[in-house]
Design a protein. Structure first.
Length: 221
């Protein structure tokens, strides 16, 4: 019982560490849908492990109705998970989430089809997954990784990496722990960079064409 209360306390404490808008424990306990979803999942997972699947699924569906967050009761969740503005978050059955993970709204930790067995991602410790990111398949997101908003990740991500884009690409891996919060407005975007490169090439071609046009006019004169 002491371990249960410590887990519940950890779930509350991490909110104060991650969300500057949190003012009191009473507010967190009664008004934070992310906390409600996590606590409901912990209860549902207890039933799931004892093969009381109907009760487990019922609890998860009731939680989904009230919070907008769908966590399959079979998912394994560690300590201090923080789900911020969690509407639309989906966490699949065989997903494994480590400690000190942060998930924003609209994130999907899902599978890619009807395969059996382990079909959802494993999220290691200290990972941050920004709004709208989709992580699909049975692979590992390494510890301290950061997944940028709107990214679609389809393959393993090394630890201490930052991933952005569709499909997700590693744009930063410095071999040391990533520190600080994810700056959603200041991430490198390989797709935009490619478009910018193409625009520069088009501008260069236009300049070259104008040069030859003017040269032809001069030669005719």
């Amino acid at each position: 019982m002491k371990k249960v209360f410590q887990t519940l306390k950890n779930d509350i404490d991490v909110v104060f560490e991650q969300d500057p808008a949190a003012r009191s424990r009473l507010e967190v306990i009664f008004t934070y849908s992310g906390v409600h979803a996590i606590w409901s999942h912990r209860l549902a997972h207890w039933f799931w492990k004892r093969k009381l699947y109907f009760f487990a699924r019922s609890i998860s569906q009731i939680s989904r109705f009230f919070t907008g967050i769908e966590i399959h009761p079979g998912a394994q969740i560690g300590q201090r998970l923080f789900i911020d503005h969690g509407m639309g978050v989906v966490i699949g059955e065989t997903c494994e989430i480590g400690d000190n993970v942060t998930i924003y709204q609209g994130v999907t930790l899902g599978g890619t089809g009807k395969e059996k067995g382990k079909r959802h991602p494993t999220i290691e410790d200290n990972v941050l997954i920004a709004s709208g990111a989709k992580i699909l398949g049975s692979f590992t997101i390494g510890e301290n990784a950061r997944i940028g908003a709107g990214s679609v990740v389809l393959k393993e991500v090394p630890k201490n990496s930052t991933v952005v884009g569709i499909p997700g690409k590693v744009v930063l891996q410095d071999g040391v722990k990533v520190k600080g919060d994810l700056d959603h407005h200041n991430l490198p975007d390989p797709i935009s960079d490619k478009f910018r490169e193409l625009e520069n090439q088009i501008d260069a071609l236009r300049t070259e064409i104008e040069y030859y046009k003017r040269k032809q006019v001069i030669e005719k004169d």
